[in-house]
Design a protein around this ligand. Structure first.
Ligand SMILES: Cc1cc2nc3c(=O)[nH]c(=O)nc-3n(C[C@H](O)[C@H](O)[C@H](O)COP(=O)(O)OP(=O)(O)OC[C@H]3O[C@@H](n4cnc5c(N)ncnc54)[C@H](O)[C@@H]3O)c2cc1C
Length: 495
């Protein structure tokens, strides 16, 4: 097969126009084209008046060698080459007399995929998960969102599928992938029920409801291959002898022997990190980012990015990415932007608050949200101060595991202010400013403003140009939305 890149077509392209573009590019007769597979489809929205698709295509021809030779001879072979082999190669296969099964701790995206690949190689892994199976876990998660009841072992972070289950299901990263490992992941997801388009759209996503079914399908494949998934099985100790891993010990005292243990415990199991640290497992602090989630009406973002193309079904809900590199070496940037999504309470520990964003496949909710964060380094935290105090002090301030927040109005009056979310996800009756690490992060409003407004793709929009003049804190309003993902405000909950 030949791979063609940089094929540009309008948003209303169809199969016929796609084929015509290929025939034109290759200079072949129509009957020489045997088949077409879309490998990647992205859009170019740099000019809002002229948004178009850019394709990478794999084409099957009657005589591929002759076509390639002709194009190379005429100097027209740029953006055309042999299609690379993207199939996944197993590094090994289990011996027939397998005497020790590997253990994987955690069933998040990392643990599930590790378990699946090990099962496919014949290693019959044992996967241990502290939380519950995905359906039961979903009930516990809704228990937090609806009734403010947190189950510390079964929640948005813990349980089958890990923190990835209740998410936007964004499936792209900026990491280079020369061996196409990401392709293997996407193919497994499609096998488990994800829409086929995730294999070729440039920013694939799945959405929470579909993820639940997919996670179950992946579990079925693992167990069908001889693997085992045990829920309600928190690992409380790694058994280490003479510097060698010998197995694990569960919270109920059960010991399981193993020569290989994969830690796929995610970002939130602080008790497990502590346990590993106490057992002498090497752990080092890493830089991270801190900030808040910001919401806008999705229509505002659509118009800002797509102009008159806003609402076009082929484009879907628009996303954005903002970054501002500050003179002091820090960066303010947007992260995990969820078009047409929800801000959700995502706590997994008693007495702490965690806020995150998620969406369904349709991305049809009223508001867009994104994290707006500033990077912080281990040096920012002397041994005596712990960043962990913010989730805790936030909880102390609001008294629930819910969503702290505030309304922040654009300074300009008029249309921009009117179009700010009337129904934010958060309950803005509580002012979050009192717990943000003001000295380190919040004292840089000009940088946040620059990141938000000056770098906004809609900066030519007069309404947003006005906004660039400044942000200011607005008056707080009670939240009257009936958003099902919200944890009720304590005053409302008491009623
Ligand atoms: C609401 C939300 C939205 C998100 N949206 C996106 C998104 O759109 N795109 C994206 O790329 N990322 C998103 N993320 C982040 C993403 O979910 C995580 O990066 C990803 O889940 C990490 O995968 P993981 O397998 O390493 O860990 P996790 O998914 O955190 O899984 C770890 C698992 O290990 C289990 N575990 C922990 N300790 C133990 C123990 N001692 N014993 C047994 N089991 C244990 C936990 O219960 C958990 O199930 C989102 C996260 C959240 C919370």
């Amino acid at each position: 097969m030949l791979r063609l890149t940089q094929i540009k077509l309008p948003l209303d392209y169809n199969d016929a126009s796609l084929k015509a573009a290929i025939i034109d590019r290759l200079g072949i007769a129509p009957d020489e084209l045997l088949g077409v597979t879309i490998f990647r489809r992205g859009y170019d929205a740099r000019k809002r008046s002229n948004i178009f698709f850019i394709f990478t295509l794999d084409v099957e021809l009657k005589d591929q060698a002759a076509v390639l030779k002709r194009l190379q001879a005429s100097g027209k072979s740029t953006d055309i080459g042999i299609t690379p082999d993207t199939s996944y190669k197993f590094v090994t296969h289990a011996p027939a007399n397998l005497d020790s099964r590997p253990i994987i701790i955690g069933t998040g995206p990392c643990g599930l995929l590790a378990g699946l690949v090990l099962a496919q190689m014949g290693f019959k892994p044992i996967i241990l998960e502290r939380g519950k199976a995905v359906r039961e876990r979903t009930k516990d998660t809704w228990g937090l969102w609806r009734n403010n009841k947190l189950n510390p072992e079964s929640n948005v972070q813990f349980g089958e599928g890990g923190a990835g289950t209740f998410s936007d299901g964004k499936l792209y990263s900026q990491i280079k992938d020369p061996h196409f490992h990401g392709r293997k992941v996407l193919e497994e997801f499609v096998k488990s029920g994800a829409p086929e388009e995730i294999l070729y759209v440039s920013k694939p996503h799945i959405g929470t409801f579909r993820l639940v079914k997919m996670v179950e399908a992946m579990r079925a494949e693992i167990t069908g291959l001889g693997g085992e998934i045990r829920f309600n099985s928190r690992v409380d100790r790694i058994n280490i002898e003479n510097g060698q891993v010998r197995g694990v010990e569960l919270a109920n005292g059960e010991r399981i022997a193993a020569e290989h243990v994969v830690l796929a415990i995610g970002h939130s199991a602080r008790d497990t990190f502590q346990m590993l640290h106490e057992q002498g497992v090497y752990i080092e602090p890493k830089p991270f980012s801190i900030g808040f989630r910001i919401e806008h009406p999705q229509t505002l973002i659509d118009r800002a990015r797509f102009g008159t193309f806003a609402g076009n079904e082929m484009l879907g809900a628009a996303d954005y990415k903002l970054v501002h590199h500050c003179a002091n070496g820090r960066s303010a940037y947007s992260f995990c932007m969820c078009p047409g999504g929800q801000v959700v309470a995502a706590a997994s520990e008693e007495g702490r608050v965690v806020t995150n964003g998620m969406s369904q496949y349709s991305r049809s909710e009223r508001n867009a949200n994104a994290a707006l964060v500033v990077n912080v380094n281990p040096e920012d935290f002397p041994a005596t101060t712990k960043p962990i105090r913010w989730p805790a002090s936030t909880f102390n301030a609001i008294g629930i595991h819910g969503l702290p927040g505030r309304r922040q109005y654009l300074q300009s009056a008029g249309p921009a202010r009117r179009r700010f979310p009337r129904r934010p996800a958060v309950n803005p009756a509580w002012r979050s400013r009192s717990v943000l690490p003001t000295r380190r992060v919040h004292d840089r409003p000009e940088q946040l403003r620059t990141a938000l407004c000056c770098r906004c793709p809609a900066r030519s929009d007069p309404r947003l140009r006005q906004a660039d003049q400044g942000l200011r804190h607005g008056r707080c309003h009670p939240d009257r939305s009936r958003n099902p993902y919200l944890v009720p405000h304590p005053h409302h909950a008491q009623r």
